[in-house]
Design a binder for this molecule. Structure first.
Ligand code: HEC
Length: 100
């Protein structure tokens, strides 16, 4: 009986992992559509070259809370995305950024 429970727990753990993969993939689409144009291929007309977001979370330069705020409110020449990227979309984008 104990093994049945263990199996169940493992299956549930595996499922939640699959869900996360999908969420990160969705976040990646949001990133490609809204962020990559500046952060991966900075256009020449921008006064401030957008920093690469690779390793952003590993560097611990900004807290997740600060990153959410920058996305929602913008910062200097970066526009705000508060009306378009929110709720689940913002959560998934954050998950994606954490993998970068
Ligand atoms: C129009 C170009 C543009 C777009 C689109 C854009 N950004 Fe930015 N972003 C910038 C610029 C420029 C800065 C630097 C602002 C400054 O500090 O002067 C910046 C800064 C940031 C920072 C702070 C990074 C650091 O190291 O300080 C984060 C995080 C960020 N952007 C995330 C995003 C995300 C996520 C998206 C997509 C939802 C996005 N940006 C879309 C131009 C852009």
């Amino acid at each position: 009986m104990r093994f049945v429970w263990l199996g169940l727990v493992l299956i549930l753990a595996a499922c939640s992992k699959v869900d996360n993969t999908k969420a990160i993939e969705n976040g990646g689409y949001t990133y490609d559509e809204n962020c990559a144009a500046c952060h991966d291929r900075p256009p020449a007309y921008l006064h401030t070259v957008p920093p690469s977001l690779k390793g952003l979370f590993a560097s611990k330069k900004l807290t997740p809370q600060q990153v959410r705020q920058i996305i929602s409110e913008g910062i200097n020449t970066m526009p705000s995305f508060g009306t378009t990227i929110k709720g689940k979309d913002l959560d998934e984008l954050m998950l994606f950024l954490e993998t970068q």
